[in-house]
Each structure stands twice: as structure tokens, then as C-alpha cells.
Ligand binder design. Structure first.
Ligand SMILES: NC(=O)c1ccc[n+]([C@@H]2O[C@H](COP(=O)([O-])OP(=O)(O)OC[C@H]3O[C@@H](n4cnc5c(N)ncnc54)[C@H](OP(=O)(O)O)[C@@H]3O)[C@@H](O)[C@H]2O)c1
Length: 267
């Protein structure tokens, strides 16, 4: 039975909702992390006392990841579930993206995720049980213009999951990925920058609904969970009707999406 979890990116969006549902619906105790301590403390105060511990810090810092892991491992009885949820994007033409921005996305979305995954694999394999859940994206299967670095990290996460599934067969450790489509959160505000206006883009599914699907997925055996009808339809279209899919991405997505990003960045 899953009792103790570590959830990254717990200060907003999907991560915050994951903590709520793991505590309320699954009776778990959660170590919640993100950089914004005030947000984490507010979340802990909203849930029953003693059920949420917080550790604030920057996942791009390997020293912080070591400290975080020491605390996770010390949870009584060990860690049953790692949720690598923290992530960010930066909507921009690839040619204009700065090395700092690219490094930051890769550090958080990929390096931190791989580091914590490796620590969890060692810990859980020796106990013979546990789950490692990567919050990836529908963009781990398909491309999107003006998001190349973000999309590359999500493809890498999906590749990691595919490979680790084979490697961990028979160990009692399950590695899998939840792949949401567009979800209401702060993600797009971050990706468009402070001045970005997001009302031109579709709103996406409520985080609580997406998280309900993810939490149900803890009871399953899938490697990849597409969390909503739109995500499933998008990946199915790309797989089974690649011609029309390519056409729509080249025509609609590059034109509309690129235009809106340029407009947002001028605001
Ligand atoms: N929203 C979508 O449309 C969508 C769709 C598919 C997949 N996803 C994925 O879902 C996951 C959660 O995103 P979200 O939509 O919930 O976005 P969000 O509301 O922006 O949340 C991102 C979380 O990551 C944390 N984070 C960012 N940089 C960090 C760093 N350097 N160190 C520690 N924590 C950091 C943020 O906390 P602090 O700022 O407090 O550090 C925040 O808690 C991401 O992996 C994203 O790629 C999102």
C-alpha cells in the first residue's frame, strides 16, 4: 500500500492538486517541494495536521536535491511514491532562446527528474516495491512549434520511462508517466513570461479533473496515461492519420500559435 509520497512542483497547478488528492483520497503523507515556501505552507495548513511536510528549494540545484532526498528517505517506513511533477516551459522561437533558458528547462524537467528517479530506484528496488510517476505531457509524443526545448525534455522523459520499464521488470518498482494535455495552471503564464496574455489560448482542463485521472492511474499498470479525451484524440490522430496531423500542425499550429506568442510577447 502507498503511504508516503514525495511530490515536486507542489506550490501550484497539478502538483498542488496531487498533494490534496493523495492526502484526502488516498490517506497518504506527503513531502511537498517547490521554491515558494509560503505556498507550500498554505497547502500544508489546508490539509489535516501532520500529513504534509514541506521542503522549499530549487530543483536545479543538485545540493538541494540531495537534501530533499535525505528527508524523503527518512520518512518512517521509507518512500512509496515519487511524483516528478515540477516543470516549466518557455514559449519562444528556438533560434531566439537563450542558453540560460534552455539550461533551466533541461535542469528542472530532465536532470532533476532523472536524479530523483535514480535515487528512488535504488531505494525502492532494495525494498521490493514503490512507484515512480513522471508528469510528462502529450508533448512527449508530438511536436509543437515555439516549444522545442520543452518538447524535447518531455520526449526524453517518455524515453526514460520506456527503457526503465524493461530494466525494472520483476523488481516490484513501477515507473510510468501521466501525459496531460492543456491544463489550467500557472504553466502558460510562466512559459509566456510575466507580460504574456493567455486568454487567446484554449483554457484547458481543470487541474483537479486531470489529477483525479492520474490518481486513479496509481492502481493500474500502464506505462503511459493520457489523462483526457483531447490528449487521447491528439495522440491517436498523430499515430493513425499522420498526414492530416502534419498538415494541421504545419498550417494551424505554426501560424496561429506563433502569431499569438509573438503578440503575447509584445504586450
Ligand atoms: N499545464 C499544462 O497545460 C500541462 C500540460 C501537460 C503537462 N504539464 C506538466 O505538468 C507539470 C506541472 O505543471 P503545471 O501545469 O502544474 O504548472 P505550474 O502551475 O506552473 O507548476 C509548476 C510547478 O513546478 C515548480 N517549479 C518550477 N521550477 C522549479 C524549480 N526550479 N525548482 C523547484 N520547483 C520548480 C513550481 O514551483 P515554484 O515556482 O514555487 O518553484 C510549480 O509548483 C509540469 O511538468 C508540466 O510540464 C502541464
Amino acid at each position: 500500500m502507498c503511504r508516503h509520497a514525495l511530490v515536486t512542483g507542489a506550490s501550484s497547478g497539478l502538483g498542488r492538486e496531487l498533494v490534496r488528492q493523495l492526502v484526502r483520497d488516498r490517506g497518504m503523507t506527503v513531502l511537498a517541494t517547490a521554491r515558494r515556501l509560503d505556498r507550500l505552507e498554505t497547502l500544508a495548513a489546508e490539509l489535516p495536521p501532520g500529513r504534509v511536510a514541506v521542503e522549499a528549494g530549487d530543483l536545479a540545484d543538485p545540493g538541494f536535491r540531495d537534501r530533499l532526498w535525505q528527508r524523503a528517505e527518512a520518512m518512517s517506513g521509507g518512500l512509496d511514491l515519487l511524483v516528478n511533477n515540477a516543470g516549466l516551459g518557455d514559449f519562444a522561437a528556438f533560434a531566439d532562446q537563450t542558453p540560460e533558458s534552455m539550461r533551466r528547462i533541461v535542469e528542472v524537467n530532465l536532470m532533476a527528474l532523472m536524479d530523483l528517479t535514480q535515487k528512488a530506484v535504488r531505494h525502492m528496488r532494495s525494498r521490493g516495491s514503490g512507484q515512480i510517476l513522471q508528469v510528462s505531457s502529450v508533448l512527449g509524443f508530438i511536436g509543437l512549434p515555439y516549444s522545442a526545448v520543452y518538447v524535447a525534455t518531455k520526449h526524453a522523459v517518455n524515453g526514460l520511462v520506456k527503457s526503465l520499464r524493461y530494466e525494472l521488470r520483476g523488481t516490484g518498482v513501477r515507473v510510468w508517466a501521466a501525459c496531460p494535455g492543456r491544463t489550467e495552471s500557472e504553466f502558460w503564464n510562466v512559459a509566456l513570461g510575466e507580460a504574456g496574455r493567455t486568454d487567446a489560448f484554449p483554457r484547458g482542463e481543470p487541474a483537479a479533473k486531470v489529477v483525479r485521472a492520474i490518481v486513479r492511474g496509481l492502481d493500474g499498470r500502464r506505462a503511459f496515461l493520457l489523462t483526457g479525451a483531447l490528449a487521447r484524440a491528439t495522440v491517436a490522430l498523430a499515430r493513425w492519420l499522420p498526414g492530416p496531423f502534419e498538415w494541421s500542425m504545419l498550417r494551424w499550429s505554426a501560424g496561429y500559435f506563433g502569431g499569438e506568442i509573438e503578440r503575447a510577447s509584445r504586450h
